[in-house]
Design a protein around this ligand. Structure first.
Ligand code: MG
Length: 332
């Protein structure tokens, strides 16, 4: 790796290499009593007095800026909100930083701001600080947004907590953000929309209906990356059934045209959770109030190799691999 390529930013194995280059360069990785770059979770945890605060940040470079089901504004609010939510945190406040290319139409800028405002109100989380910069034409494509967020943790859920016997749940059909966005980029006609949205209610309902042991949102690299990370971090083998993984017909057909596996491309409004077996049906019933296609897709095994085994529709078994990277960059 002597130069950084687009694929280093696109989820999967190559991105992991870039991340380890970052984390190996930083010596101070966490605060006392908290967790941070040592754990690489969806948010870092800071302990202040007897309170735990989750903190996260994310930059958004999506192309095109507007797509079916959302835009860079909704994405930058909900993406950060969801990274707080999967840690079991209640979002408290957001920051917003925008870097804009000279020449961007004010109307486009206003449309994005309107979306950001609407999304922030919908999750009742104020934007309390921010920054804006303008750069020369050609030095970036239209606009880059960054949000950071803090949230109060009552019941900390980590990426590491899956236990043997846990059921693995997904909160709705997968791959829709990546595929809807690429369909728009390449001018394909489809009814598919991005699932871009907050997972707060789903998580709130799940946590009040049973014991959730681990949680993560399947964003870049899709469900396949998310399951592999949860399996590796808990050092358990995950078993999933292909036929129980919800995928919309439209997602499958766009995936076939583009040569993209819906399991390996981003969701922006879904959550994967591991739940104690006795609570799993109860949790599934309540999260189905948010999305009818939520599903129990498998179980956490006793083996400690940290891999994901998938039982195919025809009854065979294979490893579900983490993709090398998303085939197309700038989907979030
Ligand atoms: Mg995340």
């Amino acid at each position: 790796m002597d130069k950084i390529k687009l694929s280093h930013g696109a989820g999967g194995e190559k991105m992991q290499k870039l991340i380890s280059l970052i984390t190996s360069s930083i010596e101070l990785k966490k605060t006392i009593g908290g967790s941070g770059l040592d754990k690489l979770e969806d948010a870092g945890i800071v302990k202040i007095g007897n309170k735990k605060i989750a903190m996260t940040t994310d930059s958004y470079t999506v192309n095109p800026l507007f797509f079916p089901g959302g835009d860079i504004g909704t994405l930058s609010v909900y993406g950060t909100i969801n990274d707080l939510a999967v840690m079991g945190a209640k979002p408290v406040a957001l920051s917003l930083s925008l870097i804009v290319e000279e020449g961007l139409a004010i109307d486009v800028f206003k449309r994005v701001m309107k979306s950001i405002n609407k999304a922030s109100k919908s999750v009742n989380t104020p934007i309390i600080t921010g920054d804006s910069k303008v750069v020369e034409r050609g030095s970036l494509d239209k606009m880059v947004a960054n949000t950071a967020g803090i949230g109060l943790v009552n019941n900390l859920i980590t990426n590491y907590g899956a236990k043997p016997g846990d059921k693995i749940l997904v909160s709705g059909p997968v791959g829709e953000h990546g595929l809807a966005l690429l369909a728009e980029r390449f001018g394909f006609k489809t009814k598919l929309k991005s699932d871009c949205g907050p997972v707060l209610k789903t998580i709130e309902k799940a946590m009040s209906a049973g014991r959730v042991t681990a949680m993560k949102d399947p964003t870049r690299g899709g469900l396949a990356t998310c399951l592999n990370e949860l399996a590796q971090k808990s050092k358990r083998t995950f078993f999933v059934r292909e036929e129980d993984i919800p995928i919309r017909k439209e997602a499958n057909s766009i995936g076939e045209v583009l040569g993209i596996d819906p399991l390996q491309t981003a969701c922006e409004g879904r959550v994967v959770m591991c739940v104690r077996p006795k609570d799993a049906d109860n949790v599934l019933e309540t999260i189905k109030e948010e999305n009818k296609r939520a599903s129990i897709i498998g179980e956490v095994g006793k083996k400690t190799e940290g891999r994901v085994v998938v039982e195919t529709k025809i009854g065979g078994k294979r490893f579900m691999e983490m993709p090398i990277g998303e085939l197309y960059p700038r989907i979030c």
